[in-house]
Design a protein around this ligand. Structure first.
Ligand code: ZN
Length: 141
């Protein structure tokens, strides 16, 4: 249970807007990396072929900034693996934790239930046992 008022300041959870690198910045970064992928796979950057991405090493969604120190040129396949395999799940988890911590989690709607056809303690309607002869009599009448 969270107290109504806290002396602990709320953490800054704002995210910086995405800012693409200029062509010059991209070229300088790629040069500084020796034309190799920034992820460490050793693959050559192929800007025209498979494509390259200027990655945020610490994603914007997780306190990352647009600083050049947080940027690196990655091959597209390596970038996709990081973005979709690591970053987006981590950002989603951070959002879930934040929603839990701040109490802004969406209420769940209960699943509608149909009435129980076999409630506990239900008495079966008892019918007197009827002999074959009694049935025959009823039919004849
Ligand atoms: Zn790579």
């Amino acid at each position: 249970m969270r107290p109504e008022l806290s002396i602990i300041p709320e953490p800054d959870r704002s995210t910086e807007a995405r800012k693409p690198l200029t062509a010059k910045q991209r070229a300088e970064l790629a040069l500084a990396q020796g034309g190799r992928c920034g992820c460490g796979c050793g693959g050559k950057l192929d800007h025209a072929g498979e494509g390259t991405v200027d990655e945020h090493l610490n994603p914007l969604g997780l306190t990352g900034t647009n600083d050049l120190a947080n940027r690196s040129i990655w091959r597209k396949p390596c970038s996709d693996a990081k973005t979709y395999g690591t970053d987006l799940p981590a950002i989603a988890k951070a959002k879930r934790i934040e929603a839990r911590e701040t109490g802004t989690r969406r209420e769940r709607k209960p699943i509608p239930q149909r009435p129980d056809p076999w409630p506990k303690g239900r008495k079966l309607a008892s019918r007197p046992f009827q002999t074959r002869a009694a049935n025959d009599d009823r039919r004849d009448a």
